[in-house]
Write a protein that binds this ligand. Structure first.
Ligand SMILES: [Zn+2]
Length: 314
């Protein structure tokens, strides 16, 4: 019998049920198939019709010394802004790649709305990166769906491998696999997997929010979470620099649409580590709290890396 002072269904109960349902669905293969079918039926397909896909080169370009690959417009500043500023201050050519269009998590939203949001976020990125002299020609968006990158891992690996061939970077920066945001982890997996295919060993990871350093947490410095698969990571915090910090803040100010989220981001410093592209599939599954079977399903069809040089998977 229900207590008289307790409503039958509280709004928070509904919210929790939805959240739990979504979390359960995230761990199955079925929704991806349905969502991809839906997207194809509405004309969203890789590569020609992805919303927000911009400036993706198909032929050889001037090599770029530094390639920074982020899941969403603003991540490159939150996790790497000071580092990017220092590269530009040294005169390095920097190209920034966004994996998703940043149009929001509602994949069922009207395409025109998604296009408008994607356009706005790309425009904000151009304004932010323009502060350190990165021109729009060096800002790419691959256009994969926001919060939906996991559904397109083989296509994204193919795109990133092509970018590696075109730009021949000396340094690549990307998110860590850290269990913070699904697109961040997917981006890290994709870039590290592509680096093994391309034979690139110059990949560095940055930390944003994660299990051990949560958004709205009570620690002020970014840190990597404990990784049970890799014992010899050597994180190195970027030394604090007032000028770089001011420039980073000025860049963040350009992301007006993300203001409410950026204000909650607790870290002002940055931390990097050299990537170890090992046990990628296991770590991706572990940090996303998904089964290895689900991870294998998401990565089905990927070309196999040369295990003799780069043991990306086990
Ligand atoms: Zn992000």
């Amino acid at each position: 019998m229900r207590r008289p002072d307790k409503p039958l269904t509280q709004p928070t109960d509904v919210f929790n049920v939805r959240r739990k349902l979504r979390a359960t669905l995230d761990r199955t293969a079925l929704p991806d198939v349905l969502v991809r079918l839906y997207e194809r039926s509405t004309g969203i397909s890789h590569p020609s019709a992805l919303i927000g896909r911009r400036n993706v080169p198909s032929t050889a370009q001037t090599p770029s010394a530094v390639l920074a690959i982020a899941a969403h417009p603003d991540d490159e500043v939150l996790g790497l802004g000071c580092t990017l500023y220092k590269h530009r201050a040294c005169g390095d050519a920097v190209t920034v790649v966004f994996m998703t269009n940043g149009s929001g998590p509602d994949w069922g939203a009207h395409k025109a709305l998604q296009r408008t949001v994607a356009e706005a976020r790309f425009h904000e990125a151009c304004n932010a990166l323009g502060i350190i002299g990165i021109t729009p020609a060096h800002i790419l968006n691959l256009g994969f769906p926001d919060r939906g990158l996991m559904r397109y891992i083989p296509e994204a690996v193919s795109d990133v491998t092509t970018l590696f061939e075109i730009y021949r970077p000396k340094l690549v920066y990307v998110h860590a696999i850290e269990g913070g945001h699904r697109d961040h982890d997917a981006t890290s997996f994709i870039v590290q997997y592509a680096s093994t295919l391309a034979g690139l060993s110059c990949v560095y990871e940055w930390a944003e929010y994660n299990r051990d350093a949560p958004m709205n947490g009570n620690i002020s410095e970014a840190k990597f979470p404990h990784d049970p698969y890799i014992s010899d990571f050597t994180p190195s915090p970027t030394p604090f620099d007032y000028t770089a910090a001011d420039i980073r803040q000025a860049m963040l100010n350009e992301y007006v649409s993300q203001k409410y989220l950026i204000e909650r981001y607790p870290f002002t410093g940055e931390i990097l580590r050299r990537a170890h592209p090992e046990y990628l599939l296991e770590r991706f599954a572990y940090f996303r709290s998904m089964s290895l079977g689900r991870a294998k399903h998401l990565t089905r069809g990927l070309p196999k890396p040369n295990r003799s040089t780069h043991p990306a998977t086990t």
